[in-house]
Every structure is written in structure tokens, then in C-alpha cells.
Write a protein that binds this ligand. Sequence first.
Ligand code: NAD
Length: 359
Amino acid sequence: MTKHIAVIRGDGIGPEIIEQAIRVLDRVAELYGHNFIYKDVDMGGCAIDKWGSPLPEDMLNKCIKSDSVLLGAVGGNKWNDLPADMRPEKGLLRLRAGMGVYSNNRPAKIWKQLSDASPLKKSIVDKGIDFIIVRELIGGIYFGEHKTENIDGKETAVDVLKYSEDEIARIGRIGFETARKRRKKLCSVEKSNVLDSSRLWKKVMHRLADEYPDIELTDMLVDNCAMQIVKDPSQFDVIVTENMFGDILSDEASMITGSIGMIPSSSLGDTSCGLYEPIHGSAPDIANQDIANPIGAILSAAMMLKYSFDMAIESDCIENAVSRFLDLNYRTADIMSDGMTLVGCKQCGDIILENLRKE
Ligand code: NAD
């Protein structure tokens, strides 16, 4: 099969981790007789430096025309003082909106080899951590009007949080459908005791529940959910929530599984062209030192094979190679513990490649 992949290396550790993901994809192509054709796309700080825009129109078009997009990460201190519209993160928001990906899916799963890396007590981890956060991605407060003005001599800022029932229903359906493929439990997270947008969210979720009688729907306030994720994460199967709550909860969920460097994500809309990226940022503090963990990027490539290219076996083959890497007691710095062998970013890629076998 031939697939065209738009590759956004981005800033900070982005290029280093994407390099390893591409080596893994190339080996999979070799093993299974596929042909992956990569097109480089500039986005983020590097695009600002080169083109004066965090995502020029022609770069966005390259992504839309591809079969899927693989992204490292964007951003860094160098671009922090630019006006909001010119910052690297604006490129990411524009990309998500341009691709029409409205659902971000982040697994929070503990690898058995890394259970010691979780900051949670062993008694909590031993109950198991395996849930997915389905986050609405192109609506809500991040996409509402933002303005800062002077009112009565005082700087005053406003950010608008708006959701229509259609926007809620389409992400709600992804939540129900995801639960249907798993343990059939969906927890809808909102703040309906305070926000109108959350009251509408809850109403629409319950309306949808009639279409999914096999799914157990529960509601949870976002502040309670933040506590429950550390108190008893085993209770969750699928969490569906709006953009900003999902942004925060999914970072919390990533911490309890050990390392932010291990976690992939997918963003999907109505077509099979998805956006695949590790959940972490550009980690400027460790960039260009060959110490970043490339596994989140490598597993993002694996998700792309499974969810966009219908290559489930090839995807499992990557996951198994990562599992073998951990079984062999190799660790990157972020997941290092006593008795393990420390490896850098490239060496991590080398060992995963050595352990990549046709299933
Ligand atoms: P970050 O995720 O980049 O880093 C947080 C911490 O985790 C840092 O200590 C970092 O060293 C560590 N870390 C992250 N990824 C790692 C990896 N693969 N291996 C080992 N350690 C890893 O978050 P931040 O520091 O808040 O943000 C840095 C920049 O990234 C900012 O400019 C931010 O806007 C941007 N950002 C981009 C994205 C994206 O491109 N999707 C997402 C989040 C943040």
C-alpha cells in the first residue's frame, strides 16, 4: 500500500523524536511491503523564522492533501513574546481547524514494565490504569473570541466559551462509539453546576445516551474528575469532555502513567486523514541533547497505521517492539530507574528497530 504522510518535525525535540518514528515506519514498510512517502511541512517556530507565519496556507494544504499527518511538537521560549496570532501554537490550532479534526483521543495506560514510574501508590496502580480521554478539539474557549481592553482605566480580558448542540453531539458520538469498542463505560465531564455551556453539554450527552443503551453513561464535575483520576483511575474506561477541561485532565492522566514522553495521541474528524502526535510539547529544556524519549512519537506512528491506514498488524508490531525494549530493561532518562540501562533518543530508536519483527 502507498501512503502519503505529511511530516511536521517542528521545534525543540520535535525533529529528534520524529526522526526515530520515521526510521520505525520505514522498517515497517520494508517488512510488510508498503511504501510511505513523506512530505515535510513547516509549522511552529521554525515556520515563523522561515516564512513569517506559524502555518502558511500552502503548508496547511500539504497536510489536508496527505493521507495523514505526523507531528513532533512546536513552540519555544524564542517565540513567547510574539503577538498571540503569530505564536507557534497558533499554527497547531489552525492545523486542527483546517483538517477538521474535532476529536482528540489520548490513551492513559500503564505499561506493566513501568508501574514503578507512576507517582501513585502501588495499591492504586495495581488496580490497573487503562482509559481514554476523548477531548473536543476545535471549539470552546480556545476558539472563542479573545480580547483585552481598557475598561475604566483597568486592563480587562475576556475569553468566550461557546458550544452548540451539534458540536457537542458529534464529539459525544465519538465518546459513545469509543466506549462501545472497550468496556462500555462513558463518563461525561463538565462543570454544569456553574456553566451554561456545561449544562447544554450534559443535556446533549443524555439525549445521545438513548441511542446507546449498551453504554453506561455517568456524569462527573471536572473538579471531582481531577481528584478521581489520582484517587482511583481504575474506575474510568472512556472520559469525554470539552476542549479546555480535556487539555488539563489529559496532562494529569499522562503523569499518573509514568512519563509524558511515552504517550501518543490521535486527532480525527469525519475522514480517515488524522493528525498523530505525542502529547508532550517541544521540551526546549532537553532539545538537541539526544536525551528525549521518542516512544510517544513512535507510538503515534503506530496509532496512525491502525486508525488511518487500517494496518492493525503493523501497528501491533511497533507496540510489541516498544514492549520488548522495556522488557530488555532499557530506559530513556525520563523513565530511568535503578538497575535499568540508560539510553539516549537515537539509541532508543536503534533498539526498537532491532526488536521490530513481522508478527
Ligand atoms: P513539554 O511537554 O514540552 O515539557 C514538560 C516537561 O516534560 C519538560 O521537563 C520536558 O523536558 C519533559 N518532556 C516532554 N517531552 C519529553 C520527552 N519526549 N522525553 C523526555 N522528557 C520530555 O511542556 P512545556 O515545557 O510546558 O512546553 C514547552 C513548549 O512546548 C512550549 O512552547 C509549549 O507551548 C509547547 N507545547 C507544544 C505542544 C504541541 O506541539 N502539541 C504541546 C504542549 C506544549
